[in-house]
Design a binder for this molecule. Structure first.
Ligand code: SF4
Ligand code: SF4
Length: 111
């Protein structure tokens, strides 16, 4: 399928690929971030500040959550959170099936 595309990089197409493969950017050096739910005031400021290329923050149920596989650790959201409740998540665990299904529904077709 790449035989006629020598000039076209077959590099991962970023976020869409991460969502499709449910894997984290493998060259990201920083750990992802996580939101401490008990401290979060669900203002959605972080959601709006996460760069489109990552789009790692979602409203899921009553919570605002960061999907570690989509979070580069950049950390734009940390700088914007009014209550400083976004922390490093060195021990992140893979996102569950039901959350991925939600993401595919809400982010399908997004860049
Ligand atoms: S650290 Fe960056 S990529 Fe991760 S959720 Fe925050 S703004 Fe998005
Ligand atoms: S900016 Fe902070 S307080 Fe607001 S939704 Fe995000 S994590 Fe919660």
């Amino acid at each position: 399928m790449n035989d006629t595309a020598s000039a076209a990089p077959s590099a991962p197409s970023g976020r869409a690929q991460r969502i499709a493969e449910r894997t984290r950017g493998e060259n990201w050096k920083k750990p992802p971030r996580r939101i401490e739910t008990s401290e979060c005031i669900t203002c959605d400021t972080c959601l709006r500040s996460c760069p489109e290329e990552f789009g790692a923050i979602f409203d899921i149920g009553l919570d605002v959550v960061i999907i570690p596989e989509l979070c580069s650790g950049c950390p734009a959201c940390v700088l914007e959170c009014p209550v400083d409740c976004i922390y490093l998540d060195e021990d992140w665990t893979p996102t569950g099936e039901s959350v991925w299904n939600h993401i595919e529904l809400t982010a399908g077709g997004a860049r």
